[in-house]
Design a protein around this ligand. Sequence first.
Ligand code: MLT
Ligand code: MN
Ligand code: ZN
Length: 304
Amino acid sequence: MHIHLLGTGAGGGFPQWNCNCNNCKRLRRGEIKSSPRTQSSITVSADGVNWVLFNASPDIRAQLEAFPPMQPARAVRDTGICAIVLADAQIDHTTGLIILREHNKPWDIYCTASVHEDLTTGYPLFNVLSHFRGVNWHEVKTDQSPFTIPEADGLRFTAVPLKSEAPPFSPHRHNTVPGDNVGFRIEDLNTGKNLFYAPGLGMVEDHVVNYMENADCILVDGTVWTNNEMSNEGISDKLASEMGHLDQSSENGIMNMLKPLKKPRKILIHINNTNPILDEESPERAILDKAGIEVSYDGMDIQL
Ligand code: MLT
Ligand code: MN
Ligand code: ZN
C-alpha cells in the first residue's frame, strides 16, 4: 500500500495566514529549521493508480499539483481520486470538497451518519455540491465492521469511533455521538499490513489501543505538545482538550500512550502551527526522537 501525506498541518496550516506565533513568525523570517505544512489530508492506494483521499483540505488544489500520480491525465478531465473518506466534518477536513466541485460525476463520499448530518445542516457542503454533480454518499457504520470501496481494489477499511469533539457548527457540539470523529484502520489485503490513521483524537480508549497495537504504522493526532499551548501564546482561550485533541507531553498524553507499543512505526500528523516539535532543533523534538516518534511532513511517503 502506498500512503502519501498530502497535508500534515492542523487547521490553518503552517504558517497560518494571520499568525505571528513563535513558529509562524520564525518560519516567515527563515529563522527556524522546519518546513511549511498544508492542512490535514492523506491519500492511500494499493495499485498506485486509484487513490482514496482521506479528508479534503482547503489546500487540496496545491496538494494535488504537488503529487503527479493523482493527475494521471487519461482524459481531458481526469483525476486519480476514486473515492473520498471523511474522518469528521471539520473545516480543515472537508472544505476541499468545494474545490473539487468540477468533478465530472458525483463524488463517492464515505462518512458516518453524523458527519453527513453536519454536512447537510451546520456546514451544508453536500447541499451546495448538489448544485454541481452531487454526492453519492456511502454510510460508514460505527460498529467497526470492515468495508471496501469498489475502485480501491485490495484495500479494506474499518472506521473506529474516537472520543474527540464535534465542530463548533455541529448539532453535536459538546454532546458528541459515535461517528462525530472516527479513525481508520486501512488494510492492504495483499501485503497483510495495516495503517491506523487518527488525525483527531481526544482520548485513547481501550479499543483504540487495540487498533494501535496491531498496526504496522500509526498516523496519530499531533496537534499540540501541551494542552494550554494556544492560550499560552494568547492565541485562543480554548484548551486543546476542549477542541478534542490530546496533547503529547502530559502524563496521559500521546507520548506515554505510544510508549508501550512494540509493533508499529509511530508518526504524528495534524500538527498545529504553535507546536514546538515543528522546530527540528527544539528540545521537544529531541524528546520525540528519543521516544522513537516521527513528525510527519508534507509529501512524506510510507509503503506498507
Ligand atoms: C480541529 O482539528 O480541532 C479543527 O480543525 C480546528 C479548526 O477548525 O481549524
Ligand atoms: Mn483539524
Ligand atoms: Zn502560528
